[in-house]
Ligand binder design. Sequence first.
Ligand SMILES: CC(=O)N[C@H](C=O)[C@@H](O)[C@H](O)[C@H](O)CO
Ligand SMILES: CC(=O)C(=O)O
Length: 344
Amino acid sequence: MTPRKKLEGLVAATVTPMTPDGQINLSVIHQYVDYLVREQNVKNVFELSVLVVSKTSVCGPDLRSCVVLCYVETVNGTTGEGLSLSIWERKQLAEEWMSQGKDKLDHVIIHVGALSLMESQELARHAAAIGASGIAVIAPSFFKPTNKDELLGFLQKVASEAPEIPFYYYHIPTLTGVKIRVEELLDGIREHIPTFQGVKFSDTDLLDLAQCINKNEREQFVFLYGVDEQLLSALAIGADGAVGSTYNYLGRKTNLMLQAFAKPDLALARKYQFLTGEFLSFVIKLGFGVAQTKAVMTFVSGIPMGPPRLPLVSASEEFITKAKAKLESIPWPDGDFIPMSVWK
Ligand SMILES: CC(=O)N[C@H](C=O)[C@@H](O)[C@H](O)[C@H](O)CO
Ligand SMILES: CC(=O)C(=O)O
């Protein structure tokens, strides 16, 4: 990785490319990296860039380091079907993202959460050994932690296996069923997890997020929001950036929203949010999840992302036709449509 910059801006939650018969397909990851960097164009767009607004208080004298937005990936997360992959597959994917992203991506965060603590620890050691810029962990979700101390106990045992790299808690209560408030979890967390760096916050409870930001200013934690359709609201209360599935193909447009927000031109920022929301609310009505994200990313990028793994099943042809027509019809304020399949 290039020298570490503070993690902020947009993070694409990567899908895991698969072959038609359902094996992980490492061979297209180099194209995927290039597509994200070149076509979603984050580095270029963001030389001038954003989110200074939320971070001026922690930028210190070196404001410049805060105005460069980086492009980063989370590998093996929700969108990457991480929990549906074997440990061996997760390691292969992490290694391929690291080697293809070297010199091109600023951060690669590896999600290492698992139901088995030992597997999670093994993945954490592996991520550290291959030079990941950080690890993220979701709450275990079959046997669930029922209170802060149980959750913290699990996270601490994973984080301590990678003591040299930043640790992020990945809060996604709708999928894990673990609803422990992040505000509560963060209270005193550095005493248990010295590498604790921030939260990927994938929930609509903006009161919880706001209190996290409000109470942790001194700690300089990073808060990345994960409900793409309402990112602007999270930015307004001080989120540093976002991690999400849609930044795979709406990265460029969402960056324009971030720029508008930073300017600030809230009317313009809202236009972008309303339009990404229009697309998402359209596809959500049709049924939208990781399988559909893989299909959208395939028709937008031209890179075959393949089917999802059971229990998920491929998006229908009807979904693909309708989603493509919708995406093509959106009147973005910058006048450009989303280029489809420009990348081969
Ligand atoms: C549940 C889920 O997968 N959430 C993703 C990240 O956390 C989001 O990026 C969503 O895919 C996105 O907001 C669309 O609803
Ligand atoms: C959304 C997200 O953070 C993930 O797929 O990992």
